[in-house]
Write a protein that binds this ligand. Structure first.
Ligand code: SAM
Length: 272
């Protein structure tokens, strides 16, 4: 999988060299390139932002700089002529470009982190783990000009905007790191033991929170591992874990219980 990240702080992504993601890059499973948005500026100050139209505090990321950058990464022919966009000829060029780029970018997803977008979930991570190429655009300041994702959608590019939670960060870099880790760990060959991603919270048809985990020793500071986990009876262990997953999900995330497909529950599930 090829991953491009555009940011005004590309050094943020040096940490991606660490741990399993670093190993996946060394093995050629993923290729990550972090780009500095300012490399696409032309003024002496390398400005990427301007004041908000309509007034208000803060600054907004300029569409022209993002446009040049993303056209370059996507291999699109840039067209910054407003005359063309408003004319019939412009419309014809636009629709021809759209068809061409839609075909060309099948398998590429352009992702913008945004606190006011739909929440990024495990389902999204799973879907995106099948993409050939991901391009992430990190917002800063008050965010990016709304026409940027709109434009690329109109060009036939698969554009997504995601929030990673109901809070506001200073920039998209941390949000991209979160999404990237959730996506790449699902790639075949990424985890040493592929089984470790099969039974996890939010995963599978009936996505629950996972049961609690224990390791040895069986007694630690007067706290015991539940007896049943030491019994060696796999059927009972599985039932215990399943019951605990259901109970914890019901207590902590009742919304996930409501979203369950009841047809997939077995009889003992219904008793818990
Ligand atoms: N004015 C925006 C608002 O109130 O919704 C907040 C902009 S925030 C300070 C700057 C950038 O950080 C955003 O454009 C986005 O890229 C990123 N960001 C902040 N919080 C985020 C979140 N919860 N999820 C995803 N991205 C976030």
């Amino acid at each position: 999988m090829d991953i491009d990240i555009v940011s005004v702080f590309p050094e943020y992504f040096d940490v991606l060299q660490l741990s399993l993601l670093g190993k996946a890059q060394d093995n050629g499973l993923v290729h990550v390139a972090a780009h500095n948005l300012r490399d696409w500026t032309h003024d002496v100050h390398h400005s990427v932002d301007d004041t908000p139209v309509g007034g208000g505090a803060g600054m907004v990321m300029k569409p022209e700089v993002w446009g040049e950058c993303l056209d370059g990464l996507l291999g699109l022919r840039g067209d910054d002529s407003d005359d063309n966009q408003n004319s019939e000829a412009g419309d014809a060029i636009e629709s021809a470009d759209t068809v061409e780029s839609a075909a060309k970018h099948d398998g590429t997803v352009l992702i913008f982190p945004n606190p006011s977008a739909p929440l990024f979930t495990q389902r999204d991570a799973t879907e995106l783990s099948h993409a050939d190429r991901l391009i992430f655009g990190c917002g800063r300041y008050e965010g990016y000009d709304a026409r940027i994702p709109e434009h690329y959608r109109a060009q036939g590019v698969n554009v997504r905007e995601y929030s990673i939670g109901d809070y506001v960060l200073n920039g998209g870099e941390v949000a991209v790191s979160v999404m990237l880790e959730a996506i790449t760990r699902l790639l075949p060959g990424f985890m040493g033991n592929p089984e470790s991603i099969v039974e996890e919270s939010y995963t599978g048809g009936n996505a629950l929170l996972e049961h609690r985990q224990y390791t040895k020793p069986a007694l630690w500071r007067s706290l015991e591992v539940p007896d049943i986990l030491l019994s060696g009876d796999h059927g009972k262990v599985n039932r215990f874990r399943r019951d605990e997953a259901l109970q914890r999900t019901n207590a902590i995330r009742p919304d996930l219980i409501e979203a369950l497909d009841c047809k997939q529950l077995d009889k003992p599930d219904r008793k818990t």
